[in-house]
Design a protein around this ligand. Sequence first.
Ligand code: IVH
Length: 698
Amino acid sequence: MADDTPPEVAARAAELRQLIEYHNERYHALDAPEIPDAEYDLLVRELKEIEAAYPALVTPDSPTQTVGAPPLGLFQPVRHRVPMMSLDNAFEEVELRAWAERLRRQIPDLDLDHLDFSSEPKVDGVAMSLTYEHGRLSRAATRGDGITGEDVTANVATVKNVPKTLDSKAGPFPPLLEIRGEIYIALADFAAMNKRQEAAGLKLFVNPRNAAAGALRQKDPAVTATRPLSFWAYQVGEVEGAPEGSHWPATRQSATLALLKKAGFPVSTDARLVTGVEAVIARCLELEQERHALAYEIDGVVSKVDDLSLHARLGATSRAPRWAIAFKFPPEERTSKLLGIQVSIGRTGRATPFGRMVPVFVGGSTVEMATLHNEDQVRLKDVRPGDIVIVRKAGDVIPEIVGPVLTGPGVPKRRKPRWKFPTSCPSCGQPLVRFEGESDTYCTNIDCPAQRVQRIVHYASRSAMDIEGLGEERVLQLVGAGLIADPADLYALSVAQLAELERFATLSAANLVAGIVASTAQPLSRLLVGLGIRHLGPTGARAVARGLGTLQAIMAATDEDLAAVEGIGPVIAASIAEFLAMPTNQAVLARLRAAGVATEEPGTAAPDRPGAAGPSQTLAGLTVVVTGAVPGYTREEAEEAIMARGGKSPGSVSKKTYALVVGDAPGASKLKKAEELGIPMLPAEVFASLLDTGALPG
Ligand code: IVH
């Protein structure tokens, strides 16, 4: 880092990176975002501004340089030979003009007034890569972190408008042709699906994007087949061996869309070819006006330079191409009547005020509750029961109440008195406390039933122990019946006990018990996620579990040992240590172990695991980075092989790197960095001998 970087700026950049990575994971890997897209965009913007002012702070793994989040590992990994990138955002007209200016700066002879652009709706769905071999669909993969996605072929094969074979009208086809686009759920289909859910007494889906992402993550394709997924194609990815006379790939984006249509792909009818930057802007504003008239949800407009030969000249940053930009619409707002304000208690005891409103359709879903965040926010906004309030929803997140509308039609003349934040917990009745200098209020009673319910729900959730059939309703029922009070109690439940409860048949009771038993085999990283340790998400949990191998090792580790694990900063390290030092948590962990819950991370060295004779520690203390595909290994397997031999395998090259293993289609930034730092680069063929001996060849 350069000496002239003020430490507080460096610290803020580090903090922003942690925050952005956390929210990336919530959004991309878990489909459970916590903050509005617009707020997320602000974080990214702030980090970009800092990095622009202090370029020494830019790291190759900064979220400003990377795409999405690595997959959760539910499906087989798929490497994208042509990376699936993200898009840079513009929120205002001036930013679109600035983008055009950047194009001209890069290619000075560009005539911006006469340049063609393809202006396309930015469909709010899930990016998808479809590979066709000899005109037949052979694989479907999610974007993941842009380099590695997940194989969801079986699920995508159920999507009706994804062609299984290409229409020969658009042939002859290259033997390998990758098509990219978006899987989404049309608004009418979404409404009908939720009606069916309601009629069947099932949970409603929050919004089309979440429902689409969830459908693609199903382990059983028969379930995916019941969800009304659709596809829009908008890009050609990898092309291999285009035959003589082939039209693939086209030379223009507009021609690509026409060709995709000819081949049988659904292509948005709202895409337009426009000339000049002013026309680009006009189309963005036009689509913003029309967005609610469209049959599907859009969150912006993507403008692309139409001439594909210019794409190669304009190039890309590590996360986004320079030839395209996404104009993002501002968050959506509607008004409704506030019926009352209540407080909900989360798993950490945080008391969050929220408003109950007359249902209103905003941002693609019907909203009845919206958050008010905390006590200060309620006071600052001065919203009172009975007020007409503005509800905002951006992206998929929990809607929020912006403030009251105090004048205009329908506004009551006399307002009710201010709402007061309750002094006791609505669940357990114990006093609520707000610590000095904090904006949140907590129920600090560790035995509070509401907290217990939320802790167990989290433990059983998909990204943690993944216990099927154990959602909030069931947990409430079991806690209410006095059968469980913490996650360890789950393992003592019997089929006979459950079958006595209402809404439980013998079969559902047996299924739930089987699900609970199956969870004992989950790897340590999932157990760590399930414990709900502050700041520790799935990525951090995997890093700790892989770095230290066993729960025993983690419990024996000091703050410094934990912070020495690649990917774990001091904040997370302290939080883990604090959690594990608490006797109540130690007691639950001891009972979980006694119940047979696994406390090891498979494939790690775990030197203190009795009887585990792992491979010899040829790479003890050495850092080996892998880039590109190493034949015979997935990325994870290669990294695990290094770690099993005592080494570390982070995602980026640094001074400390012992060697860079270079496989097929390596990452340019890693090669460059290794070259700059003089790090030995080894071909993938010698990977096996490196593992065996730890020695560098030659
Ligand atoms: S082009 C190199 N076109 O937006 C980027 N993306 O924020 C290629 N998206 O991952 C993407 N509609 O999931 C493109 N007409 C469109 C799009 C579109 C939606 C999504 C896509 C992409 C994300 C980037």
